[in-house]
Design a protein around this ligand. Structure first.
Ligand code: SF4
Ligand code: SF4
Length: 287
């Protein structure tokens, strides 16, 4: 049995309502798109969708991986949908999104790891929305760097790849991933000239020192932006919350991150890697 820790007040959020929310809901449905907001049961849907923004999840909604924190279904994905890039571009156009965040499930069964659909999506979004900037939250492509290169070649404004947790817990939290391979993704993105970003979830059993080490490892590998947020258990089958991290500790970690030289640190209980993403394309250090 898992121990249940009571949710503190600082995690209470508003319910999603309002006209913008309905419009986003409608566009996502009519364009047969998926969002990580819904799949991940994100507590910020009221705020983000209410402001007319969402994080699209491409390459279907079934993942070949089975990370212990993630609510996306694991299994055999459906065939690749070559019309999806255009539908994403159209939804972004209709939503008038100024900064789009796009992520995907992992498609480890595909030779290209999904990188062709990724590149097609970035190109389609840009063709229809030349003023819109993009963050692409990408997989590790199992270290097949020619697939990562397809992303670098089309140069989104910012590219993120989440470390998700500290080194010691990586096997438990992201069973098919590797801590150092993810750091290498960041390093290669940076060498390719990208602005880079990564996220870590807190409350999975890591110590503060381990979080600081992970931030340092990210920095040392060329990461510009780091997000730190509270892990929330999406269903009782997922990894339990070991601890609710106090907002003051997030603030302290933010300072530590800036002092080590990171360009932007977004830290707080409700922070998700796509939260306030539009701010991350410029430095946050002088705030
Ligand atoms: Fe969606 Fe990200 Fe906002 Fe959550 S924080 S609702 S995942 S855009
Ligand atoms: Fe979820 Fe892990 Fe698949 Fe990403 S790779 S969608 S975190 S199961």
């Amino acid at each position: 049995a898992t121990t249940r820790v009571k949710k503190p007040d600082w995690l209470r959020v508003k319910l999603p309502i309002g006209e913008n929310y309905k419009q986003v809901r409608n566009l996502v449905d009519t364009h047969k798109l998926h969002t990580i907001c819904e799949s991940g049961n994100c507590p910020n849907m009221g705020e983000c969708w209410g402001a007319g923004t969402a994080t699209f999840m491409i390459l279907g909604n079934i993942c070949t991986r089975s990370c212990g924190f993630c609510a996306v279904a694991t299994g055999r994905p459906e065939a690749v949908d070559f019309d999806e890039p255009q539908r994403v571009a159209e939804a972004i156009y209709l939503m008038k999104v100024k900064h789009a965040v796009i992520t995907s499930v992992d498609r480890d069964e595909l030779k290209d790891g999904g990188s062709i659909i990724w590149a097609n999506t970035i190109n389609a979004v840009r063709a229809l929305n030349p003023e819109t900037t993009m963050e692409t939250l990408i997989p590790d492509f199992r270290g097949q760097w020619e697939n990562l290169q397809r992303i670098i070649d089309v140069a989104p404004e910012i590219v993120s790849h989440n470390l998700e947790t500290v080194e010691r817990l990586t096997k438990q939290v992201r069973i098919q991933a590797k801590y150092h391979r993810s750091l290498e993704v960041i390093r290669r993105l940076k060498e390719g000239g990208m602005r880079t970003k990564s996220g870590i979830m807190l409350g999975l059993g890591e110590t503060k020192e381990e979080v600081v080490q992970a931030m340092q490892d990210l920095y040392d590998n060329g990461c510009d932006v780091v997000t730190l947020g509270q892990y929330l258990q999406p269903t009782p089958k997922h990894l339990p919350v070991v601890r609710f991290v106090h907002p003051d500790e997030f603030a302290e970690l933010r300072e530590i991150g800036y002092n080590m030289g990171l360009d932007y640190v977004e830290a707080g209980p409700l922070v998700r890697s796509s939260y306030h993403a539009e701010k991350h394309i410029v430095s946050g250090r002088n705030k």
